[in-house]
Design a protein around this ligand. Structure first.
Ligand code: MRU
Length: 347
């Protein structure tokens, strides 16, 4: 898949493939400053936990550009902007993780000059971007072990190249299977209301010549009952110490269905998606998005005026429903309370 997050050194701008308009239009959204990066994250120009993290890293750099080193307030101003950035979306922990990585670099030397900070942050942003792709390929390699005897793989939302620095987590496993010449077919749940499955997963798999069929979200149980699903693989927005996993709304229902039908349910995510400061999924903040995403399809209103809706963007799948978690360091099996810290922290 070609790059969908690009940093132009000549123009000093971040260029993003605008995911709001795919697959109908391939438009690029240009961010010249941190304000535009925050807009892009909040408004789903870019989405997917690792991709948000990568873009946030470049955003930190862009946030230094219009500051005046002679202004005694620039440090305070930049600190506030970083807080605004990490609050742009609350559930995906990669955003906070990356902002903290950038802060740590700064805090090592609070007196650092603006020019040097700029240079260090841009270097780090590029590293974070490249490392994310390398990590996804490692996830693909480990995940391949779990699906090498399987054909029909269901996924939810988009945990692909578009949701990461490139290659993908759940779809990274699929890409690894394709590279190994396995005969694999993806079942992509459409993923109401933003339709990441129908629009984005189908777009990138079709583009890469990987077999994919889209289903309405409410078809998943029927397909499972007909032995049409061999495994489910999803991405994650936050995995806590006991394995409870926040991911796109609807993931929890799929995991319950998979358990009932005895189908393995896998989560694929880099270690930057783990939040070991939280003990259980109850502590994960769940983003609520605007009602219009549910009341409308495009500009067409589908819910009567005056009727309220729920629009939780994520749900939490209990660790006990997850067969294994694939990260760039290997495969984590239950009991997660012991095995997650051992793998993530290497203890
Ligand atoms: O609201 P989104 O599109 O940002 O939600 C994305 C997901 O839920 C993905 O499954 C998750 O971020 C993992 S992406 C590798």
């Amino acid at each position: 898949m070609r790059r969908h997050i690009k940093f132009s050194e000549e123009e000093n701008v971040l260029i993003l493939l605008d995911q709001r308009y795919l697959p109908a239009k391939e438009e690029w959204f240009v961010c010249k400053n941190l304000r535009e990066v925050i807009f892009a994250i909040k408004n789903m120009v870019i989405r997917g936990a690792p991709a948000i993290g990568v873009v946030a890293a470049y955003g930190c750099y862009l946030g230094t550009l219009n500051l005046d080193p002679e202004d005694p307030e620039w440090r305070e101003f930049l600190k506030k902007k970083l807080m605004e950035l990490e609050d742009a979306r609350p559930t995906a922990v990669n955003l906070r993780y990356v902002v903290q990585v950038m802060r740590d670099i700064w805090e090592k030397d609070e007196d650092i000059g603006l020019d040097e900070l700029r240079w260090m942050w841009l270097k780090k942003a590029k590293e974070i971007h490249n490392e994310d792709i390398i990590n996804n390929k490692a996830i693909g390699k480990y995940g391949l072990e779990l699906i090498k005897d399987k054909k029909y793989i269901m996924t939810h939302c988009n945990a692909g190249g578009l949701a990461t620095g490139g290659y993908g987590t759940a779809l990274g496993v699929i890409r690894a299977a394709k590279s190994a010449n396995l005969d694999i077919e993806v079942i992509a749940n459409e993923t109401r209301p933003f339709l990441q499955g129908a629009r984005l997963t189908a777009y990138e798999l079709h583009h890469d010549d990987i077999k994919v069929k889209v289903i309405c979200d409410n078809s998943a149980g029927y397909l499972m009952s007909q032995n049409m699903v061999d495994a489910v693989i999803v991405g994650a927005d936050r995995i806590v110490a006991n394995g409870d996993t926040a991911n796109k709304i609807g993931t929890y229902s799929l995991a319950v269905l998979a358990k009932y039908h005895n189908i393995p349910f896998y989560v694929a995510a880099p270690t930057s998606t783990f939040d070991l400061s939280l003990k259980t999924g109850k502590e994960i903040p769940i983003e609520k998005r605007p009602s219009k995403e549910v009341t409308h399809i495009g500009e067409t209103k589908i819910v009567p005026s005056g009727v309220e809706v729920y629009n939780f963007a994520f749900d939490v799948t209990p660790g006990e429903l997850i067969t294994a978690i694939i990260c760039e360091k290997g495969i984590i099996y239950p009991p997660y309370e012991q095995n997650i810290p051992a793998m993530v922290l290497g203890s």
